[in-house]
Design a protein around this ligand. Sequence first.
Ligand code: SAM
Ligand code: DTB
Ligand code: SF4
Length: 355
Amino acid sequence: MTAAQQMPVAEVRHDWTRQQVLDLFALPFNDLLFTAQQVHRTHFDPNRVQVSTLCSIKTGACPEDCAYCPQSARYDTGLEREQLMKVEKVVEEARAAKASGATRFCMGAAWRSPKKKDMPYVTRMVREVKALGLETCMTLGMLKGDQAKELAEAGLDYYNHNLDTSPEYYGEIITTRTYQDRLETLDQVRAAGMKVCAGGIVGLGEGEKDRAGLLMQLANLPEHPESVPINMLVKVAGTPLEDEKDLDPFEFIRCIAVARIMMPKSHVRLSAGREAMSDEMQSLAFLAGANSIFYGEKLLTTGNPEANEDMQLFARLGIKPEEYQQYADEAEVEAELSARISEQESDPFFYDAAK
Ligand code: SAM
Ligand code: DTB
Ligand code: SF4
C-alpha cells in the first residue's frame, strides 16, 4: 500500500503537507475516486447537488489584470461595459433564478474592491434578495474589515473570493493584487461571521504541483471554506490565455477528488467550464465529490449549460437539487417545529400521533 492509500480519510485537517497532497494526486485514478466517494458519503447525501445562479451586477472595465478574465479593461474581448445594475433589476433576476430552482443567488462585480458609494446599493441587493427566501453570495473583489461587517449585517450568507492558483504560479496570472491581499480578504470575511466561498481555476498552464499548492492553501486555512469552487478555464478571445492548452480532463477530475478528500465537509463546486464538458465528464466530477453547480444559461459573461439540460442530466443520474436549509442549527429547526405544532394544537381537528 502507498502512503496515500493508508492515509486516514474523512477527517477535517489543517496540516496538509505538499507531499501528502501530491501523493493523493498520484493515486491510481480508481483508488482516488473510490476514496473521494467514500469521504463524500461520510458527510453528504451523494445524490444531492446544491444549485446556485450567478448574476453579473457590474460588468467589464475592471482595473485588474487577471490573465484569464474577459472583464479586465486591459484586454480587448469585445465585452460591453455596464454600470452597476439597478436593485430592482437584480431582484427580478433573483426571482427568476428561484422560480427555475436555484437556492443561492451569487452576485458578482468586476471591481478591484467596492467603493464607499457602492455599499448602500449592494447591501440593499442583499436584503431584498434574501427576502425572496434565497441564500445570498457576493463577489466584489477585495474587502476591508468595515465593508465585510456591513455586508454581514445586511445578512449576506457567503462571500466569494478565490485564491485562483498556487502562491508560486500566481505571479504568472495576476500582478495587480497579491496572494496576501487575497488571504487578508478571506480573513475579513471570516472575522465578520460570513461563510467563505474560495477556490480557484485550473487549466491556466499551471502544473500539478500548483493545483496541489492551491488546495493546500485552501485546506490549511484556519477553517475550511464552506464552498470551494473549482473553475476550469473558459478561454476567451482577447485574453492572454485564449490559446492555452486544454487540461487533461482526468487531471480536472483528480483535482475535484483531492479537494473533496482534503475538505470533507465543504461543498465542492463544479464551476466555470461546464459548457465544454460532456455529460460523462460532469458525472465523473459528481462521483469525485463535486456537490454544487452554477445553474442558468450564463455565468458572469460567458455561457453555461441550459437549465433544462442540467435538470435532464440530474434526472438521468438520479440527482436531486439540495434544499435550502434556512435554519442556522438544529435547535432553531426544533424551535420552529414546536412553534408550528403548538399553533396546530389549538386547532380542534389537530390529532397528535406522538401523544
Ligand atoms: N472581481 C472580483 C474578483 O475577482 O475578486 C469578483 C469576480 S471574478 C470574475 C470571480 C472569479 O471568477 C475569479 O476569481 C476566477 O476564479 C473566476 N473566473 C473569471 N474568469 C474566468 C474564466 N475565464 N474561466 C474560469 N473562471 C474564471
Ligand atoms: C467562481 O469561482 N466562479 C464564478 C464565480 N466564482 C463568481 C465566475 C466564473 C466566471 C467565468 C467567466 C465569466 O463568465 O465571465
Ligand atoms: Fe477584475 Fe475579478 Fe476579472 Fe480579475 S477576475 S479582472 S478582479 S473581474
